[in-house]
Design a protein around this ligand. Structure first.
Ligand code: 2YG
Length: 272
């Protein structure tokens, strides 16, 4: 599980308008539209509600990440919802949020980042939400994924969620993970759900054979300039970004990567 650093997120709150414009250029959809599709719910149904939302700083484990709760709150505000950050942290923060009438709580320790709806009991996990959000975005980047080969790199929580969502869009999903048992487990799950999948054990060969990638692995320099072709499309939720810097320039608008935006937007719409 990747742990964000302050410099991964310190620009989020002040660049959300530009971020959304870039997202529309890349996918044809706004952050709100991507997240709504990832939750399978209609926008009209989602945005006529006005729940009280609280974000709670958690000091456990490796503690507070400077700017984390503020970044989460800014994404929720950008989507048009009212949100507060609790004064207190941890248990005190939960008590403060509940006593102030908050219906939806966001909080993250080192292992889980969740949104919970106290009224309905709905819970959204960041890894699962991020995978679904990025799969929807990649489908738009490629103008549909029906019968197209997609290479999923990284069979962790984000990759598992993304793979199932990609298969659900009709993609022929190939799965690679450094850890063979992880990719085998995801491959078997896809097969069990009736999808045709492919298990990749050689990343170099897989990168030559696939031009649509979803990089959900927490490693740098996995996708190098030499792998990048003129028709390559990459959605990369993995942190740090797996595409080599020279490749980022080459890809330009054919690369989608953000540290929190798509995941948080999908989480809030998941639990509304
Ligand atoms: O409240 C705080 O400031 C800290 N307890 C937040 C800690 C978050 C740790 N988790 C991560 O950095 C990532 N798993 C968050 C999601 C990354 C994007 N998929």
């Amino acid at each position: 599980m990747t742990r964000l650093e302050q410099n991964d997120i310190n620009e989020i709150a002040t660049t959300l308008v530009d971020y959304d414009e870039a997202l529309i250029r890349k996918t044809g959809c706004s952050l709100k539209e991507i997240a709504a599709q990832a939750t399978g719910r209609r926008i009209s149904e989602l945005f006529d509600q006005n729940p009280q939302i609280a974000v709670i700083p958690m000091t456990c484990g490796q503690g507070i990440i400077e700017g984390f709760v503020e970044s989460v709150a800014s994404i929720i505000t950008h989507l048009g919802f009212k949100v507060t950050i609790t004064e207190s942290r941890d248990t005190g923060g939960v008590a403060e949020a509940v006593q102030s009438g908050a219906e939806i709580l966001f909080m993250a320790d080192d292992d889980r980042f969740v949104a919970v709806n106290l009224r309905t009991g709905k819970v959204s996990d960041n890894g699962d939400a991020t995978g679904r959000g990025y799969a929807v975005a990649l489908e738009h980047m490629c103008a549909g994924l029906q019968d197209k080969k997609v290479l999923l790199i990284g069979a962790g929580p984000v990759g598992n969620s993304a793979a199932l969502a990609l298969a659900g869009c009709g993609a022929k999903v190939s799965v690679y993970d450094l850890n063979l048992s992880s990719s085998q487990r995801l491959f078997r799950e896809l097969e069990k759900q009736g999808y045709t999948a492919r298990l990749e054990t050689d990343l170099e060969a897989a990168l030559v054979r696939h031009h649509i990638l979803l990089d959900a692995c927490p490693a740098e320099d996995v996708i190098m300039l030499r792998h990048i072709t003129t028709d390559m499309m990459i959605a990369a939720p993995g942190i740090p970004l797996g595409v080599q810097a020279l490749g980022v320039e080459q890809l330009s608008e054919r690369l989608l990567h953000d540290p929190l935006q798509i995941g948080v937007a999908t989480m809030i719409l998941d639990v509304l």
